[in-house]
Every structure is written in structure tokens, then in C-alpha cells.
Design a protein. Structure first.
Length: 427
């Protein structure tokens, strides 16, 4: 498609139906996406005026719903792709150069015929792209150059993963140019630095898989390098719920949500119980032998193990609840998971400043406002401090006003679940 045809089609409403599928199904959102895509096309034309034929790609952000830290110990994780996304307009060419321009980031130029210097670059984005390109080349894929303009709706303050979405976006752009295309799982492994040690560092693998697959997903990590993936055919918007993310505007980098700490606690508990992973341990034996176990480790390790046992049961129950549309039970389990994460994994209390409790305030206010409806929890890996809530549509406007009143205007974003896995748009 030429960039002229692309702009005309959007201006004439030819992509409105697709926008309604990909994003929130409101007229306001449809018009916002029209403007966003047209603005991206205009910026691309200014940057690369010699390029006429274009390809358009979109990759969603992702969020964890249940199964906190289960992936580190071959458990199950429950995630979803959301309607916030990274958008790229791309033109392929015969030059051996990749040029990428992103909003707010210095333009990147990579010579794909010589990746050695780029791999040592101080630019994290350049190094990541270099790793992705190298992996494709090692697989015998023929790579050509491309020019790209990238814009994102996923902010760092949202508590959602930006890096996983960006990496899958680059993977999809390159995979799309190859004659023999890789599967979704193979794409999620491209450039993934921890793929050789996936049982202990599979966090971004799950995030990547969710971004690449879209929808509401469960991952059985018994074989963490090749997880069993189940996709749920469920639309929360049609059931009367929206997903809201609230940024509490507080740096939470000293909260106990460092993945390495959780991993080490899980490993310690498994070792004490004589197994490779806690998923192989007997829960009854764990509690029966608790006095002896406490002599060998600290109580934080014990609580991490207890969180795992509880989440292991919940992830099975939550999948069944959603499969059969039992929303009351589903939301109850999400709330239980959130409480376990806070109490047992101790992941929302500031260790550096105990009086700093913005996340807990946000959770408390949300629960009070919702009064038992929906569910609320901390966004996984929310170093910037964010919570997410499933809010009945009739309460959304009031919820936004209440949370923005406390944490500042614009703190609350409303989004939905993105079910469509469209690698390339408008092809």
C-alpha cells in the first residue's frame, strides 16, 4: 500500500471497523486512532520522503492477571494483551541499513552487514535490535534493510511492559520480510537474552509471548522453554467491564518487586524441600515440616513458597472460571491473588521508606469505590507505581474522577483487552 492510499483510506473512515476491533469500541477512540495513524504517516513522510510503499505494524502492551512469579518455578501464569500499543510505519528497501525513528528517542541507524560495533553500543535499543537481527541471520533468514517510524501509546507510568512490545514489534517487522516465517513462540525467543536459562528468567518470555499472541492467555510453564498456551475467547467489554490502570505518580524502585529477589527465595525454598522447583514439592509436607524448615531459612522465603502454593491453585481455578464465564468467581480470585502478592510476597511496601504507601492507598480507595464489584491489584513489575482494576462500565467515569482527584489529573487510563493478533495491518 502506498502512503498516499493509506492516508486516504483512514481519512475516509475505511479503517474504522478495524480500529473498533483493535481498540476500545467508542466513537471517541475511533477518531483518536484516526488522528494518531494520520500523524504517524505524516511524520514518516517527513523523515523518509523517498519511500512510498509502506507496511503498518501494531503490537499491544501486556499485563499479568494472576500467577505472580509462578513462571520462575515451572508454574502457570495468566496474562492479557491490552489495547494500548506500539505502532510502526515501515518501508523495506535493498540497502543494508535499518533506520528507526521513535518519539522522544534519538534516531537509530544500524548497518546490518556489520553488527559487531552495534552490539557493544551504549544504546540499549540499538543493542537489542542488533541481537534480534543476529538471531534471524543465525537462523538462515535473509534480512533486508528498512526505514521505520515508531510511536507508542504505552507510557512508562502505565505499569505495563514497553520493552517486550517494542522487541516483538521489531521481530514482526523482520519476520514479515522473510519467506519462511517463524511461529509466534519462535518469534518470542528471537533476541531473548535469557532463552538458555528460561526456567529462572522467563519473565520477559511470558511478556513477549503475550504481546505476540494477543488475547487472554494462560501459560503452563512446566516446560518453560516450550510452554503450553491456552487462549480464552472472552470479551470483558461485552460483559460490561473496562480495564483501568492508575499511575500513583510515585517512584517505587525500592519496593520489593525485584524479580531476582523473588527468584532467589523460590530457589531457596525448593532446595530446602529437596526438589528442583517448588511446583514439584508437596504442600502438605511443607506445612507439616515448617518448624524444621524455619531453622534452615528466613520467614520471607517461607512466605514466598506459601504464595506459590496458593497461586498454583488459583491459576487453575481462575482459568476454569473464565472458561465458563463465571465472572464473580473470576474477580474474586484476582482479588485473592492481589492480596497474596501484597501479604506473602510483600511486594507493595516500600522498604526504603515505610511511610510511603501510595500503592496501598490506591488499592484501598479503589476497593472502597467499587464496593465488591470487579477486581483490583498492583500492576506486575510496577516500579513506577501503578495499579489495575476491572471496573464495571457504569462506574468507569466516577472511578476516573475519584482516582484522579487523589493522584492527579490524567492518572487513570481506560483500556480493554486486545484479542486480535494482526501481525501486519492493511496488507
Amino acid at each position: 500500500m502506498t502512503i498516499y492510499d493509506f492516508s486516504n483510506k483512514i481519512s475516509n473512515g475505511g479503517m474504522d471497523e478495524l480500529f473498533l476491533q483493535m481498540y476500545r469500541q467508542t466513537d471517541m477512540e475511533k477518531l483518536r486512532q484516526r488522528a494518531r495513524y494520520l500523524n504517524a504517516a505524516e511524520n514518516f513522510s517527513k523523515l523518509y520522503p523517498q519511500r512510498e510503499e509502506i507496511h503498518v505494524f501494531s503490537v499491544p502492551a501486556n499485563t499479568e492477571i494472576c500467577g505472580n512469579h509462578m513462571n520462575y518455578q515451572c508454574g502457570c501464569v495468566f496474562t492479557a494483551a491490552v489495547t494500548l500499543d506500539i505502532l510502526a510505519i515501515v518501508a523495506y528497501h535493498d540497502e543494508s541499513v535499518i533506520r528507526i525513528s521513535c518519539e522522544g528517542v534519538k534516531a537509530i541507524e544500524i548497518d546490518i552487514s556489520d553488527l559487531s560495533d552495534i552490539a557493544k553500543s551504549d544504546s540499549k535499543i540499538s543493542a537489542v535490535i542488533c541481537g534480534i537481527v543476529s538471531d534471524f541471520i543465525e537462523k538462515g533468514m535473509e534480512i533486508c534493510g528498512f526505514d521505520a517510524y515508531i510511536t507508542s501509546d504505552i507510557t512508562a507510568e502505565s505499569g505495563l511492559s514497553t520493552s517486550a512490545a517494542l522487541e516483538i514489534l521489531i521481530c514482526n517487522i523482520i519476520n514479515n520480510m522473510c519467506e519462511s516465517k517463524l511461529s509466534v513462540t519462535e518469534v518470542a525467543k528471537i533476541g531473548w537474552q535469557d532463552k538458555e536459562n528460561s526456567s529462572e528468567n522467563s519473565c520477559d518470555f511470558i511478556e513477549r509471548l503475550t504481546c505476540a499472541s494477543c488475547g487472554i492467555l494462560s501459560f503452563d510453564m512446566n516446560n518453560s522453554a516450550e510452554p503450553k498456551i491456552h487462549k480464552f475467547d472472552f470479551d470483558f467489554s461485552k460483559s460490561g467491564y473496562s480495564l483501568c490502570v492508575v499511575n500513583v505518580k510515585e517512584n517505587c524502585s525500592d519496593y520489593r518487586n525485584e524479580c531476582n529477589e523473588i527468584i532467589e527465595d523460590m530457589k531457596s525454598a525448593a532446595k530446602i524441600m529437596g526438589v528442583d522447583h517448588i511446583s514439584d514439592a508437596d504442600e502438605e509436607k511443607f506445612y507439616d515440616n515448617l518448624p524444621e524448615i524455619r531453622e534452615k531459612c528466613n520467614d520471607r522465603v517461607i512466605l514466598s513458597a506459601a504464595h506459590f502454593f496458593d497461586e498454583k491453585q488459583r491459576t487453575v481455578m481462575i482459568q476454569e472460571a473464565l472458561e465458563y464465564g463465571r465472572l464473580t468467581e473470576f474477580f474474586s480470585l484476582v482479588n485473592q491473588s492481589a492480596e497474596s502478592w501484597a501479604m506473602l510476597a510483600n511486594n507493595i511496601n516500600s522498604l526504603g521508606n515505610p511511610v510511603k504507601q501510595a500503592l496501598m492507598v490506591a488499592l484501598t480507595v479503589s476497593k472502597r469505590y467499587l464496593r465488591g464489584a470487579g477486581a483490583v491489584r498492583v500492576c506486575s513489575g510496577s516500579f513506577t507505581g501503578a495499579i489495575q482494576a476491572f471496573v464495571p462500565n457504569y462506574l468507569v467515569n466516577g472511578y476516573i474522577r475519584e482516582l484522579d482527584r487523589i493522584f492527579g489529573s490524567g492518572s487513570t487510563q481506560v483500556m480493554g483487552i486486545r484479542n486480535e493478533n494482526m501481525i501486519e495491518l492493511f496488507n
